[in-house]
Design a protein around this ligand. Structure first.
Ligand code: FAQ
Length: 334
């Protein structure tokens, strides 16, 4: 049977002896056809580096992102809420692991990535450097932070790098549950006593702007966007996704009976979108520079957890070595 054009292309792309020119041409065709690059395919160094950067930052965000919510597990107001929150935090750990695995297929080990994180050399999402002060923050994180994550990540299910796109499909399914549980926490608080409603409003007031910053700097200040979009990694710009998110949450806030803390937020008939106010990008830069409210605490906690887990890694290594030894003895004996 004759090979299809795609098979021929992929054969060239994954031929390790292909010279760079041939590999580049095959890569370009795969991108042009909106098909997928797989780990063994030839890819430009810049594509590999940029994806490793984005996927590892994303993995770190999931792992550091466990902290603000993990902090509330023992203080959840009921057994049901505790079970839900625990499941959510465990999901985030799982997301981190799928993403480290996807990044490893590009040639950087999980140990190296983790070292970069605990050395303070790697970025993770700015949002996780803000404190979770009350139980209502669990609602605001679920509704706004997971909501922003979904808006940003659904298009990443179509990212040109196969392992990343496939990991995102699974992650997005779980994020939808996360967002609903957050919305439901806020709905219940909003319909509770005046003090509970105030607590929900306060959490939304504090989380709204940092959640909008999760989409990254404005397009004019986003050095990676143009190339990422050419490579079909990003499908929409930071500002496009931020707008999509605002348009989504305004009607949801009305259902919740809560307000969004932006006096400039209003429907623009001509654009068919909500206008919203300028964000404080100086604050964003401060957080990225390590000077947000919780940066130090988050990294210290991560370092301590890494050290506490050393015995598990050592035990797993010893077990793997013993199993490998047993298997080779069995093979010799056979
Ligand atoms: N925080 O040129 P761009 C979640 C950096 S997961 C920190 O626009 P790009 C689930 C950026 O890395 C949340 N740094 O960059 C959850 C770059 O630095 P570099 C994480 C940021 O890559 C919920 C520089 O600024 N999601 O929430 C941020 O084209 C609840 C210039 O920016 C993802 O990672 C920021 N907000 O666009 C977990 C999604 N924004 O590397 C637990 C995947 C930008 O040049 C609990 N990532 N920077 O040194 C992406 O979609 C993109 O990487 C963007 C940034 C949109 C984040």
């Amino acid at each position: 049977m004759a090979a299809t054009a795609d098979q021929t292309l992929r054969a060239v792309a994954s031929d390790e002896t292909a010279v760079d020119g041939e590999g580049q041409a095959a890569f370009d065709r795969i991108i042009e056809q909106d098909s997928r690059i797989e780990p063994r395919d030839w890819m430009p160094d810049k594509y590999r580096k940029s994806l490793t950067r984005q996927i590892s930052q994303h993995a770190h965000s999931e792992i550091i992102g466990m902290q603000p919510e993990g902090n509330w597990i023992t203080r959840a107001p009921s057994l049901k809420r505790k079970a839900i929150l625990m499941a959510k935090v465990q999901d985030e750990a799982g997301h981190g692991l799928y993403l480290y695995s996807a990044a490893e297929t590009l040639g950087t080990t999980r140990d190296e990535m983790m070292q970069q994180l605990i050395d303070g050399k790697a970025k993770y999402s700015s949002i996780f450097n803000y404190p979770a002060r009350t139980w209502a923050d669990m609602g605001a994180i679920g509704w706004l932070v997971d909501g922003a994550a979904i808006c940003n990540q659904v298009p990443l299910c179509r990212a040109s790098y196969g392992p990343y796109g496939r990991a995102m499909v699974r992650i997005c399914k779980e994020e939808s549950f996360h967002q609903r549980q957050g919305f439901e926490i806020l709905l219940e608080l909003s319909n509770g006593t005046p003090a509970q409603k105030q607590m929900a409003q306060d959490a939304v007031d504090r989380t709204y702007a940092p959640a909008l910053m999760m989409f990254g700097p404005p397009d004019g200040d986003s050095p990676n966007s143009v190339q990422s979009m050419k490579w079909n990694v990003k499908r929409f710009s930071n500002d496009e996704l931020r707008q999509r998110f605002v348009d989504m949450i305004v009607p949801q806030a009305e259902v919740l009976g809560l307000t969004l803390p932006d006096p400039d937020l209003k429907w623009n008939e001509e654009r068919g979108h909500y206008d919203f106010g300028e964000l404080d990008w100086d604050e964003f830069k401060e957080v990225l520079a390590g000077r947000g409210p919780c940066n130090t605490q988050r990294l210290e906690r991560r370092r301590a957890a890494h050290e506490d887990g050393a015995w598990v890694r050592e035990a797993a290594k010893a077990y793997a070595a013993r199993t490998a030894g047993r298997q080779s003895t069995e093979l010799i004996g056979a």
